[in-house]
Design a binder for this molecule. Structure first.
Ligand SMILES: [Zn+2]
Ligand SMILES: [Zn+2]
Length: 571
């Protein structure tokens, strides 16, 4: 299998290089052949040996010769030639919007530009506008495009990365030389964004493991490859670093590479005080270098005299002190949520019917889902008016008769209007089980104004929780100005919950604010804000925020069964 991917990768590179040379015809031919071979069921080596390479659609004489050479010698002389015929750095230029292969080659030929930085400098100096076919305007466009390219976030959302991690872990775990595999680093701490991935493997055969790793599907570039470590790029720009360690120090390596840095510094200092030395190879007695622990993470924390500290807590936010005092929280578990408290259906801007949502929720083992479609002022999302909401309530009541051990809750995500009033009258809100009140407009208001809007909404007796309480979108939109301290104080007094909205780009409240709310005695609700049934999977992301916010199951409303939940909602 992996050899097919290897061959496909070479053909992909041919395609890219030909496109730079302006040979679109050959470029397409190689790309098509690459795709064919990537998805081929048979081993390409066997196909080659039986002389049937050219029977693969898209593979002609020339491409067959390239494949044959590679399979028999491990080299590809023609690719080398092609690579050398192109100046290094020119391939980067086409990442800038509006610059195609032809233009990139011209920049290089006429101005000797070989990198994005050089292009930027040339544009700043007004050199581009003097080229034939260019002008002041196109030069300004290039500068704008470079700025946009440079501002692309280099970090990924946790929600995007978790499926990739599962894929890598499954792929590597299936290899016989791999004893244990886990992604360490910030993704293990469930930080909301992740820079690159650190994959750690326990094995006695590093070289074999590295070979298997670099031939993983979807690896687009191998940056380095040694006997116990390697770095590759997956897709366009996700860097994955692999380290292979011996089983006897797997735990200490996992602890070391999981971080955070601040947590580890504090832990190492503590170890020194106790007469130990802690590093990625283990916990050692200082006087004779004898290894005390290191096979598992637990053994290290235990040898230092306290309970295991969950990765989500390792941010040096008091967890080491709490561990020493024996007052670590008993964190809410990933399997403790019994229902989802914020889901959209086809009735507003979701994709699924009520029945489809209920079926998917039951498949996932949930006991209830609150249907919280938008209210009428969000016309763009087909928000519900009083009449349509009443129809939906009737429909939910009818459906609920057929479920066993499952219930759809009648709910709404009601807009908090500019004046702090709600978008629907109490006349219909009173018939609902769960009311999420959210701000979707007027984000630019002052802190005073925004705080007043939310506090005014919390004084409505039918509001259960405040949806995405700060309005931020990770890496895209700052939170609106709001005095959360005041909001939490009122929430606690009025017995209104605060939501952890679990959409990957929201995670709002965030970990830090979640903890502040909990410390003020505010109950938390977790809702995925799913607009498709598949998005119910984001519940785990919401739980990760709760864990990073030091929450125990009793702090979260939807750890309770349906009756317990409804009791807590009633104000
Ligand atoms: Zn919303
Ligand atoms: Zn919503």
């Amino acid at each position: 299998m992996s050899i097919n991917i290897e061959v496909a990768r070479i053909l992909y590179e041919f395609g890219e290089l030909y496109s730079l040379k302006g040979d679109g015809f050959r470029s397409r031919a190689y790309l098509i052949a690459a795709q064919r071979i990537e998805s081929l069921n048979d081993d390409i080596r066997a196909v080659c040996e039986s002389g049937k390479l050219e029977a693969i659609p898209g593979v002609g004489k020339r491409i067959a010769a390239v494949i044959e050479e590679y399979l028999s010698t491990g080299d590809c002389s023609y690719l080398e030639e092609l690579r050398e015929s192109l100046p290094p750095g020119v391939r980067d230029l086409i990442s800038v919007e509006g610059i195609g292969p032809k233009t990139a080659m011209r920049f290089h030929g006429e101005l000797n530009i070989g990198s994005i930085d050089q292009l930027e400098e040339a544009a700043r100096l007004g050199k581009i506008q003097n080229l034939r076919g260019f002008g002041i305007k196109s030069e300004a466009n290039i500068l704008r495009a470079i700025k946009a390219y440079k501002s692309i976030p280099k970090r990924f959302l946790l929600g995007q990365i978790l499926p990739v991690i599962r894929e890598i872990e499954e792929y590597m775990a299936g290899f016989s030389s791999v004893l244990t595999v886990e992604a360490a680093g910030s993704s293990r701490r469930m930080k909301e964004t992740v820079g690159d991935l650190d994959v750690l493997i326990a094995s006695k055969n590093g070289e074999e493991v590295v070979e298997h790793f670099v031939s993983m599907p979807r690896v687009s570039r191998v940056m380095s490859k040694g006997t116990t470590r390697s770095s590759v790029i997956i897709g366009v720009n996700l860097q994955v670093d692999l380290r292979v360690v011996s089983p006897t120090n797997y735990g200490s390596a996992l602890q070391y590479f999981t971080g955070s840095k601040d947590h580890n510094v504090k832990l190492r200092t503590l170890a020194l005080k106790l007469g130990y030395k802690l590093n990625e190879y283990g916990l050692f007695k200082r006087k004779n270098n004898q290894q005390i622990a290191g096979k598992t993470e637990k053994s290290i924390y235990k040898a230092l005299g306290f309970k295991y500290i969950e990765p989500e807590l390792r941010e040096d936010r008091g967890e080491i002190e709490a561990a020493m005092e024996g007052s670590l929280p008993n964190l809410i578990g990933y399997n403790e949520i019994r229902g989802d408290l914020h889901v959209h259906s086809k009735w507003s801007d979701g994709t699924a019917t009520l029945k489809e949502i209920a079926e998917e929720a039951q498949r996932r083992g949930l006991e209830y889902v609150a249907i919280c479609d938008h209210s009428k002022s969000l016309g763009i999302a087909r928000g519900l008016n009083e009449k349509r909401l009443k129809n939906q309530i009737a429909k939910i009541e009818k459906l609920n008769k057929y479920f066993e051990n499952f219930m759809l809750l009648k709910g709404i995500e009601v807009d908090i209007l500019a004046d702090g009033n709600l978008d629907l009258s109490n006349n219909v809100l009173k018939d609902l089980d769960f009311v999420v009140a959210s701000i979707h407009s007027g984000f630019k208001g002052t802190a005073k104004k925004m705080t007043e809007r939310v506090i005014s909404a919390m004084h409505n007796d039918y509001v259960s929780t405040i949806g995405h309480p700060t309005g931020r979108l990770i890496q895209r939109r700052q939170p609106y100005q709001i005095n959360l301290e005041e909001v939490f104080t009122t929430a606690s007094k009025q017995r209104v919950m605060m939501e952890i909205n679990a959409l990957p780009d929201r995670l709002d409240l965030n970990d830090f604010n979640t903890r502040a709310a909990m410390e003020r005695g505010v109950m938390i609700s977790i809702g995925t804000d799913a607009h498709t049934p598949e998005q119910l999977i984001y519940l785990a992301l919401g739980i990760s925020v709760a864990r990073r916010g030091w929450l125990e199951s009793e702090n979260v409303a939807n750890t309770h069964n349906i009756n317990g939940l409804l009791r807590r909602v009633k104000r």
